[in-house]
Design a protein around this ligand. Structure first.
Ligand SMILES: [Zn+2]
Length: 307
């Protein structure tokens, strides 16, 4: 695997002319998961070579970019920079069109994981948050006889999703007014790491999910990302404000009123998926302090050991 310092990659990224430091950014003063403010700076650049710092909360182990771009700057980033940047990084064209095959494979795998929980006749409606071109929502809707609704901020991708017969909303779940609507199934696929406010979004999702509904969400496991490359810097990228781990994601879910029914290490060894249901009573959100110590010492180990 080549790294950010390989000449071809460095040149392709430089040719995009994206000036990260010129983007409006804001400091994160409080941890989005536990509310504390004592942080450890883990890294000073990301996998593209941009000077983005990843911080870890000393109290709960949540890892996040700090400072990070404003919502408006992220809007512009997704509009014209994100896909070209990922393409430059990998050295091949990656866009809404080329990811369709990958998305279909993903949809089939995740449907397999969810089948024990979605094979119920009382589930009718599904909301896909950040569903892009709708490949996954379309597959799930057919597979489990659900009426699919998709919400995503990218107009071109939403138009593709609409052509698949899904109800579509162009926007953000935190901002859209759903009125009294509830959904029996909510799916958040390869999206949670891109959010600006994970706690706020999950709280919103809890309101939108019917009381006996099912939530699917998956994360890029930060530990898997740095262990596979044996580089913490290469596991950080400006497109992800958050770097979740099993302890921090489980805490987010518990704290937002969900109970994990099953977790799944995806076949790619990178993602971790969760099937959840509303919890009878919300429980303590904070991860075990020992998990924070383990994370920090593992980061130091990877940073200072040749593989
Ligand atoms: Zn915290």
């Amino acid at each position: 695997m080549s790294h950010a310092n390989s000449p071809g990659r460095r040149e392709r990224i430089a040719n995009l002319g994206y000036d990260y430091l010129a983007q409006p950014r804001e400091a994160v003063a409080r941890c989005n998961l536990c509310g504390e403010s004592e942080f450890v700076v883990l890294t000073h650049r990301d996998r593209y070579g941009y000077p983005a710092e990843a911080h870890a909360c000393r109290h709960c182990g949540l890892v996040f970019l700090n400072p990070r771009m404003t919502a408006e700057a992220y809007g512009r980033f997704y509009d014209g920079v994100y896909r070209p940047l990922v393409s430059a990084f990998h050295g091949r064209q990656i866009d809404a069109h080329t990811i369709q095959g990958e998305q279909r494979e993903y949809a089939v795998e995740r449907a397999g994981f969810l089948r024990p929980f979605l094979s119920r006749e009382d589930l009718h409606s599904m909301l896909d948050i950040g569903g892009s071109t709708g490949v996954v929502a379309h597959h799930f809707a057919r597979e489990f006889a659900l009426e699919g609704t998709l919400i995503d901020p990218a107009p071109l991708e939403v138009a593709q999703a609409r052509s698949l017969g899904l109800e579509t909303i162009t926007g953000l779940v935190e901002e859209h007014d759903f009125g009294r609507r509830r959904f029996d199934v909510v799916i958040i696929c390869q999206t949670v790491d891109h959010l600006l406010d994970v706690a706020g979004t999950l709280a919103r999702v809890r309101q939108l999910l019917s009381d006996d509904g099912v939530l699917f969400v998956d994360i890029v496991d930060f530990r898997a990302a740095y262990l596979r490359n044996w580089s913490v810097e290469d596991a950080v990228k400006i497109d992800h404000p958050y770097y979740l781990t099993e302890p921090t994601m489980a805490a987010y879910l518990r704290g937002s009123g969900f109970e994990i029914m099953r977790a799944d290490y995806a076949a790619d060894h990178l993602h971790v998926s969760y099937a959840c249901r509303p919890a009878a009573d919300p429980s303590e959100a904070r991860p075990d302090p020992a998990s924070v110590e383990r994370l920090l010492s593992e980061v130091r180990f990877v940073q200072n050991t040749q593989r």
